[in-house]
Design a protein around this ligand. Structure first.
Ligand SMILES: *[C@@H]1O[C@H](CO)[C@@H](O)[C@H](O)[C@H]1NC(C)=O
Ligand SMILES: *[C@@H]1O[C@H](CO)[C@@H](O)[C@H](O)[C@H]1NC(C)=O
Ligand SMILES: *[C@@H]1O[C@H](CO)[C@@H](O)[C@H](O)[C@H]1NC(C)=O
Ligand SMILES: *[C@@H]1O[C@H](CO)[C@@H](O)[C@H](O)[C@H]1NC(C)=O
Ligand SMILES: *[C@@H]1O[C@H](CO)[C@@H](O)[C@H](O)[C@H]1NC(C)=O
Length: 118
């Protein structure tokens, strides 16, 4: 048991180190589902600070739009030189969410944003 637990903690730590710049809001709850997953990349040169806004909106015509439960902005740049993710509107318990992504100076970014809700 202890070995399993230790392995789990090491795995978690390793994941945290690999995805050093990932960010998350809320938590998964029973009955929620993936509403949108998008990978957003900006390597445009020569802009020093690259940005992009990922926007999740409920599907048009949905009578009862799902409420957001969990948002994960996973940094796909695994060397600690990834970008930053900030929630700028909407979010947990709301029907929409916008996450602003930005790079470190003179670098690009590559994020996968996942939005869950129910
Ligand atoms: C997910 O979000 C992106 C960016 O807003 C959008 O282009 C795409 O159509 C969405 N996909 C789904 C399945 O809603
Ligand atoms: C990349 O970031 C720059 C600076 O913020 C912005 O002008 C440009 O539209 C972005 N490109 C993409 C593909 O998001
Ligand atoms: C979303 O949350 C609001 C406020 O708590 C609630 O009235 C509504 O029924 C919820 N929507 C769904 C789809 O659960
Ligand atoms: C972004 O990261 C994803 C996941 O690691 C990868 O599949 C994709 O090729 C990357 N995109 C670019 C343009 O580097
Ligand atoms: C979202 O709603 C749940 C259930 O009503 C509540 O426990 C939680 O504190 C709310 N979270 C936020 C960030 O509003």
């Amino acid at each position: 048991m202890r070995v399993i637990l230790t392995t789990f903690v090491i795995l978690l730590t390793a994941t945290a180190l690999i995805y050093a710049d990932s960010n998350q809001w809320g938590r998964r709850v029973v009955g929620d589902r993936l509403l949108n997953a998008s990978t957003i990349v900006n390597n445009s040169l020569p802009v020093p600070i690259k940005t992009a806004v990922f926007q999740y909106l409920p599907p048009l015509g949905s009578a009862r739009a799902p409420n957001v439960t969990y948002i994960l902005a996973r940094d796909n740049v695994r060397n600690g030189l990834g970008g930053y993710a900030a929630l700028i509107s909407g979010g947990i318990n709301q029907t929409h969410a916008s996450v602003k992504l930005s790079s470190r100076p003179n670098l690009g970014f590559n994020f996968t944003v996942e939005v869950y809700g129910r």
